[in-house]
Ligand binder design. Structure first.
Ligand SMILES: Nc1[nH]c(=O)nc2c1ncn2[C@H]1C[C@H](O)[C@@H](COP(=O)(O)OP(=O)(O)OP(=O)(O)O)O1
Length: 176
């Protein structure tokens, strides 16, 4: 059986210092155009996920994260297409001015499940954002057929398990 192609992306969600609000960006072009999401993109060659996360945050909304924390991983498979593996980070420690960029229009939302614009987010968002907002660490697996989620599973994990997954992803990215 052929091994499916895997595409890696990062996503980072900035919180305000009180952790009552989150910053989302509406994608102005490319993958996920028109949808609200955290800020992220593909790792450059030789970059770890943590490095990618910081660079993408600055490129997409102008702020520099002092610290990012991995809170979960999205493993997405499609019966017809490539797999997407997307570690999800949060940050509440950053500097610089939030700015609209060519790719993203930023906006603060209340950090509550009810306040999120799920009808203008990736369709599986409503399945994992409540877990992320609850502060639990998670590994979420989705199987898609095109736009349709065929099945999904969200596993609550501890920091050690999550670190192991991130180490594996970094090793694959760095080719070691
Ligand atoms: N189904 C999905 N669910 C989700 O939550 N985030 C997704 C997703 N599919 C893609 N993303 C995220 C990952 C990443 O943060 C963003 C897409 O990133 P981009 O296309 O902007 O990547 P790049 O910045 O590498 O691309 P270029 O700037 O075109 O090189 O959308």
């Amino acid at each position: 059986m052929a091994v499916p192609e895997v595409k890696y992306f990062s996503v980072v969600i900035p919180f305000n210092h009180e952790r009552t609000k989150i910053l989302l960006g509406r994608k102005k072009r490319g993958l996920g155009e028109g949808l609200w999401n955290g800020f992220g993109g593909k790792p450059d060659t030789g970059e770890t996920m943590g490095q990618c996360t910081r660079r993408e945050l600055e490129e997409k909304c102008g702020i520099r994260a002092e610290k990012v924390t991995c809170v979960g991983i999205l493993y997405m498979g499609d019966i017809n297409g490539p797999d997407f593996h997307i570690p999800v980070y949060t940050t509440a420690e950053y500097s610089g001015q939030i700015a609209e960029t060519e790719e993203m229009e930023p906006k603060w939302f209340d950090a509550s499940t009810e306040a999120l614009p799920y009808d203008q987010m990736h369709q599986e968002a409503k399945l994992w954002w409540p877990t992320m907002l609850s502060g639990k660490l998670f590994i979420a697996r989705f199987l898609f057929e095109g736009e349709k989620v065929l099945n999904h599973n969200i596993q609550i994990v501890d920091v050690k398990a999550l670190d192991q997954h991130i180490d594996e992803i970094n090793q694959l990215l760095l080719g070691s």
